[in-house]
Design a protein around this ligand. Structure first.
Ligand code: ASP
Length: 592
């Protein structure tokens, strides 16, 4: 990592045990302190920090040191000396030594910084951090995230290559793949009026590679989706994309588990494979979510039978009318639970789609406190709730009751400061429905994507009992975050046609958009399946960050813009003319 001796012979971290050695170092001025005559500079490079000391006897260097500003870039020569016992600094690895400088060369003078690099406790708005991301990256948080990301990527590559996967690049300028988002389009100059799409994922190419006999493919691939941005979404992101031939889901799980274990080891975590596997139906029933956070053990319970025996009309009517009563016991949630908290919880459940919510607190003396307590005798014993617990109940059709409680379940641990039972909980969620009913458009949509295979034993009910058809599709969930998903693919042309028809892609549209795939399926397609993992999310989790932006070198803001380069930006009319594209957008407002 040294570079040229013209600038340095060692990096800062090398100095920790080099007492007496002559060294040349290069880096940034991290901090300066003048101690009546002696000047101290903390010099920083990627490896760390070392203290430089400038004594008045080295007049030229000493004068130069007096003029240094934070973040100037220097090269210095000097001797490593031991610090006296009282000045040892145990907080940094080089804290037992310092470098007595005899010459300084200024390599680049820095203007005042937009925010301090050295004092990381100074909070800086994201807009300012991203505008000067190259300054932000000098702070230890950014550097640590990128170092970890690099190590994780290489561990993943090592694991996949060890399992026989070939790294193959696929095109960025391509035709759109339906992954459920809008495409970013690129106009073609040579074929005016025609457009490329940036890939939402390499899905179809990796399937074609299987038809091409590659058998095991991977790529750390950039993907582009023009979605409305949410907290942890970015318009471009990175996937660890894999595909393998002659596999069933278990072999895909094994390959992915291997590389997740390797990635975890880079962050100091000893993950243990195989991970849990749970069917989608069970996940919804027990946790109300297809990405349950299994670090917490509390589960949704059914109280429908018991509700029939009560005099509580709302509950009884719901159960008599094919609905259910579902309940969630929140350990310790009732300790300081006020009536107002109850009203807020009801409103929250309504905003999630429930008609209402019943809350019950088990008080210290074991009695129940709730606006409808009188109807609920024995509830605590039925549900295994004890003093101090909160019970949240929803009466509705099964899917609504489950998913509303599931959303609350995801929020409760932070709200009620619950202790997780484990630091990490990973699970495969398997056997997703093949399609979901889109009530607005009155049609079936693919749950995963249209190339996902129905379970072989469900093939015959594809058209007759569509809602019940399950797919060989799976997601990997870590600590309540869906880090990736995949499926076994359709490798039979007729089945692919039937699935297209089911989701409303008629023969003509299929031919126009996917003739190359349908053709390939006719020319010797092996059974195959795969998976894609969101690398940004995995690194975020392993780095203990709560946003993927913290683990990307140059992320975009929540509105999809890049304050550093100013992208997206208007282009010259001449550029548009060459592409035969006309912009009808209103002129952008001049900057105030
Ligand atoms: N292409 C899918 C996605 O990006 C993943 C897969 O099915 O392998 O979600």
């Amino acid at each position: 990592m040294i570079g040229s001796e013209r600038f340095r012979t060692h990096v800062c971290a090398d100095t920790s045990d080099g007492e007496g050695q002559q060294v040349r170092l290069a880096g940034w001025v991290h901090r300066r302190r003048d101690h009546g005559g002696v000047v101290f500079i903390d010099l920083r490079d990627r490896s760390g920090i070392v203290q430089l000391v400038f004594h008045p006897e080295q007049a030229e260097a000493h004068v130069a040191a007096g003029h240094l500003s934070p973040e100037d870039v220097l090269s210095v020569t000097g001797t490593i000396v031991k610090r006296s016992a009282e000045t040892v600094n145990d907080r940094i690895p080089t804290g037992r030594v310092e470098v007595a400088v005899d010459a300084v060369e200024m390599l680049s003078e820095a203007d005042p910084m937009p925010f301090p690099v050295e004092d990381e406790s100074v909070e800086v708005s994201e807009e300012v951090r991203l505008t000067h991301r190259y300054v932000d990256l000098r702070r230890s948080r950014g550097l640590r995230a990128l170092e970890l990301r690099s190590r994780i990527s290489s561990a993943i590559r090592g694991s996949l290559e060890g399992n026989g996967f070939l790294d193959v690049e696929t095109p960025m300028l391509t035709r759109s793949t339906p992954e459920g988002a809008r495409d970013f389009l690129v106009p073609s100059r040579l074929h005016q009026g025609s457009w490329y799409a940036l890939p939402q994922s390499p899905q179809l190419f990796k399937q074609l590679l299987m038809v091409g006999g590659i058998e095991r493919y991977y790529q750390i691939a950039r993907c582009f989706r023009d979605e409305d941005l949410r907290a942890d979404r970015q318009p471009e992101f990175t996937q660890v994309d894999v595909e393998a031939s002659f596999v069933e889901p278990e072999q895909v799980y094994g390959v992915v588990e291997d590389f997740i274990v390797a990635a975890g080891a880079e962050a100091g975590h000893a993950f243990i494979a195989p991970f849990a596997r749970m069917g989608w139906e069970e996940a919804i029933r027990r946790f109300g979510s297809d990405r349950p956070d299994l670090r917490y053990a509390f589960e949704i319970q059914d109280w429908s039978e018991q509700a029939l025996k009560t005099d509580f009309a709302v509950f009884k009517k719901t159960v008599e009318g094919e609905g259910v009563i579902r309940a969630l016991v929140v350990p310790g949630g009732g300790a300081e639970f006020s009536r107002k908290d109850g009203d807020d919880l009801v409103a929250e459940a309504q905003s999630l789609g429930a008609k209402g919510l019943v809350w019950v607190v088990v008080t210290e003396d074991g009695s129940l406190r709730s606006p409808v307590a009188k109807f609920l005798e024995g509830l605590d014993a039925d549900l295994g709730a004890s003093a101090g617990d909160l019970i949240a109940m929803v009466a509705d059709e099964e899917m609504v009751a489950s998913t509303v409680l599931g959303s609350l379940r995801a929020r409760f641990p932070t709200r009620y400061r619950m202790e997780p039972e484990a630091e990490w909980a990973m699970s495969w969620i398997t056997d997703f429905p093949l399609v979901d009913w889109n009530a607005d458009e009155k049609r079936w949509d693919s749950t995963h994507h249209p190339f996902t295979a129905p379970k072989p034993e469900h093939l015959e009910m594809l058209e007759s009992d569509t809602a019940a058809v399950r797919a060989d599709a799976y997601d990997l969930v870590i600590n309540g975050v869906e880090v990736g998903g995949g499926s076994i693919r359709i490798h039979d042309r007729d089945v692919q046609q039937r699935v297209f028809e089911l989701i409303g892609v008629g023969p003509e549209e299929a031919e126009e958009k996917f003739s190359f795939l349908l053709q390939a399926l006719k020319l010797g397609a092996p059974p195959h399946g795969g998976f894609a993992l969101g690398l940004d999310r995995l690194v975020m989790l392993l780095a203990g960050e709560d946003s993927i932006r913290e683990v990307m070198a140059f992320p975009k803001t929540a509105t999809g813009s890049d304050p550093l380069t100013g992208a997206p930006a208007p282009v010259d009319t001449a550029q548009l003319d060459e592409l035969a594209v006309e912009s009808v957008a209103p002129e952008p407002e001049p900057e105030a």
